[in-house]
Each structure stands twice: as C-alpha cells, then as structure tokens.
Design a protein around this ligand. Sequence first.
Ligand code: HXC
Ligand code: NAP
Length: 300
Amino acid sequence: MQVRMSAEPQPEDVQTDDCMTSYTHIYSPDLLKDQVAFITGGGSGIGFRIAEVLMRHGCDTVIASRNLDKLREASEKLRAASGRRCLPVHVDVRRPETISDAVDETLKQLGRIDILVNNAAGNFLCPASALSFNAFRTVMEIDTVGTFNTSKVVFDKWFKHHGGNIVNISATLGYRGQGLQVHAGAAKAANDAMTRHLAVEWGPCGVRVNTLAPGPVSGTEGYRRLGGPAAESTGAFSSVPLQRAGNKTEMAHAVLFLASRASSYVTGAALVADGGAWLTSPNDVATLLGYWSSEKKRDE
Ligand code: HXC
Ligand code: NAP
C-alpha cells in the first residue's frame, strides 16, 4: 500500500520532564482562566505535560503523588514556564487520608477545584504466570482503588456542591487482552466502567466524568517499561495506522478538550488517542516475553 505522509504537524513536546521551549495554542489561552486542576501523578510524564498545558490555558494546578522532592522540582518548572500557581502535595492514592489532607490544603490555598485528572498509575511487563498476588493487588490498588479514592474525596469535599470535571487516564490494554498486562489491563478496564457509573450518578450534580485512553506515548516511563524504545528500533510502529508513537502534548490536548467547555455535553465517554494502534498492533506474547526477559537480565 502506498503510504502518503500526513501533512498534519505534531504539537511541540520534549522527551524529558521539562516544559516545552515553545508552545502554539490550539484553543484560546484563556480557556481555563482561573480554574484549578488537581492532577495525580502530575510530577512526571504525561501528568507533567497535562499540568503544563492546562496552566498555559490559564489554570492553576495541584500536582499530587508520593515523591514530594520530585513534585517540588516539577512545580518550579511549571510555574516558571506558565506564570500560574502550582502546588505540590504528598498523596498516596491508596490512602484516602493523604488525599483528604491534600484536598483540604488545595481548598485552603487555591480556594476551589474545577478539574480532577486521575493519572497516577503503576505498571510493568509481567506474564500472569510470574506475577505475585501482591504485584497484581498493588497495580489494582494504585490504578483502580486510587482512582475511586481520589474521585470520592474530591466529590465529597467540593464537586458535590460546585460541579466539576473528572478525566481518568486509562489505556487500551484490556480491549484485546494485551499480553503480559493482565494487572494493568484489568485495572484500567475497571476504571472505564467506573467512568460510566460515576457519570450517571454525578451528572445531576454538574459533574462530567470521561476517560482518555492513550496509546504508546514517547518520553514517558510507561513507554520505557512496556518496550516502546525496542518497538521503535525494530520499526514496529509501521503497523500503527498513523505510523508513529504519540507525544505527551497530544495527550494533554485531549485532556484539555475533555476537561474544558469544549466538551460541555460529553460525559461517560472514552476518547482513544492512540493513532489507531489498538486496532492493528500485533499482540504477540513471544515478542513481549523477549522484552521482558531482556529487561530482567538488565536489572539483575
Ligand atoms: C513483577 C513486580 C515488578 C515487576 C514490582 N513488582 N515490580 N513484579 N515485575 N517489574 C511486585 C513486587 O515484587 C511486589 O510483589 C509488588 O509488585 C509491589 O511492589 P513494591 O515495589 O512494593 O510496590 P510499590 O513501592 O507500591 O510500587 C508500585 C510499582 C512501582 C507499580 C511496583 O513500579 C511504581 O511505583 N510505579 C509507578 C511508576 C510507573 O509504574 N509508571 C508507569 C505507568 S505506565 P511481592 O510479591 O514481591 O511483594 C502505564 C502504562 C499503561 O501505566 C499502558 C501503556 C501502553
Ligand atoms: P509516570 O510518569 O510514571 O506517571 C505515573 C505517576 O503516578 C508518577 O508521577 C507517580 O509519581 C504517580 N504514582 C504512582 N503511584 C502512585 C501512588 N500510589 N499515589 C500517588 N501517585 C502515584 O508514567 P506515564 O507513562 O506518564 O503514565 C501516566 C498515565 O498514563 C498512567 O495512568 C498510565 O497508565 C497512562 N498511560 C501511559 C501510556 C504511555 O505510553 N506512557 C500509555 C497508556 C496509558 P510518584 O512516584 O511520585 O508517586
């Protein structure tokens, strides 16, 4: 088949957890003016870029995760690049009391929450036969229980009476039973159901709940852990309809759509932003076992 290269440009991105050196707005720079977004896992990877892009649209942010030193460094970069406020807070999404303290601090310092992005997650390649009970439970607890815990605390303390927008960062892993991913695929599939349940229950309070399901996104921990660089070097992305991995800014733009009035009548929906990857990518357990054992050897 003749491949015609798309003329559509990719938005700016940088591979590291740093802000972009230049940025071209797609939406109005005032789209989220004076709103506040609470972003779990906002100190690195996709979450960092989501924070940056939301801030470049007038939003203040709270970035919440376990490693406060990392968050402090990230918040300095984000403030410098955007001129908006960014509050780093310690949260382990498995522990509701840490979320409760962080939300209280947010409301004390920033006065409101308009957007919640449930982005925190843990993942690694591992065949089910080698996965310990605790490993499966750990991923379910971070990804699924953590998403419920954070949504419920933010709803009880603010969204119930003020409305708001929740965006859950999911994955397409469960759509075709991706090999070596039973833990994360099961966790994200549960989150996709949670999106619909909460959209139904909380819609009447003015809360929209949607899912973004990224495909492989370069410059991220997830990409490194799941064999992205190896797939890149062997030309595996030629099987993706759009012929490439995504970048973090593309994910942030999709969140911006779901979290803003651009999508005011959208709730309970899942937006897949993967260049069509899940439709055509190989799901080859032998290749994945190859990545897994070479990673293991490197760690030993
Ligand atoms: C098998 C593993 C493992 C691995 C840990 N475990 N790493 N099992 N392979 N590579 C097991 C441990 O042996 C232990 O089980 C259990 O998991 C809990 O491990 P801990 O280290 O005690 O857990 P914790 O400190 O809570 O750390 C959670 C973590 C860690 C998920 C294991 O990797 C983490 O903090 N990750 C956050 C960053 C991250 O994963 N980013 C990528 C997200 S990407 P035992 O039985 O020994 O006690 C993503 C991509 C999705 O989600 C889709 C991409 C297309
Ligand atoms: P990442 O940088 O490792 O992001 C995960 C974040 O979650 C980290 O900042 C981590 O910070 C935080 N976190 C982990 N456990 C936590 C806990 N118990 N409590 C609070 N925070 C916790 O990886 P990423 O690749 O950018 O992934 C971001 C999101 O995109 C995830 O939901 C992932 O599943 C999804 N995704 C990624 C890809 C991809 O290609 N990268 C593809 C599909 C979906 P601390 O270590 O400080 O806690």
